[in-house]
Design a protein around this ligand. Structure first.
Ligand code: FEO
Length: 167
């Protein structure tokens, strides 16, 4: 049976993943309203991936005989600044998620839960990738310096992203 402290950290994380999904969906809606369909597409896919992350935790906790307990999702922002500011907000949020995953790993180690350590490794690796991807987008946005032509080019590029369900 999974230890209580580990189960609690997983339930907390399910809520954070859904918050992330909702946050990125809100950013997608904002980009739609700005006519930036490519950025909106990228955020919409990001939102789906976060819901997939929540699913992974949901299934894992069930597999380990724990009880999934869903709580209310906090209100997300609905208004945002420039495209660069939005992505800086994403990076800041992902850094918060990384810290959360690291804290979960600390709990699993403390509780001597090898299965959870192994399960969490996927998320540790995923966070490295997520921060790197968002960091690259921020670098490009900084190079563009808000130039309309550049923003439209990036909008086209991010519009090409397609959704792949995480395995
Ligand atoms: Fe579920 Fe973007 O971390």
């Amino acid at each position: 049976m999974i230890k209580e402290a580990v189960a609690k950290s997983i339930n907390d994380q399910i809520n954070k993943e859904y918050y992330s999904s909702y946050l990125y969906l809100s950013m997608s809606a904002f980009f739609e309203s700005e006519g930036l369909k490519g950025f909106a597409n990228w955020m919409r896919i990001q939102a789906k991936e976060e819901a997939d992350h929540a699913d992974k935790f949901f299934d894992y906790l069930n597999d380990r005989g724990g009880r999934v307990m869903l709580r209310a999702i906090d209100q997300v922002p609905t208004e945002f600044g420039s495209v660069l500011e939005v992505f800086e907000q994403v990076l800041e949020h992902e850094e918060f998620v990384t810290e959360s995953v690291n804290n979960m790993m600390d709990i699993a180690i403390k509780e001597n839960d090898h299965a959870t350590k192994s399960f969490l490794q996927w998320f540790v690796d995923e966070q490295v990738e997520e921060e790197a991807t968002v960091g690259d987008i921020i670098n490009n946005l900084k190079l563009i310096k808000g130039d309309g032509q550049g923003i439209l080019m990036m909008d086209r590029e991010l519009g090409a992203r397609s959704y792949v369900k995480a395995e």
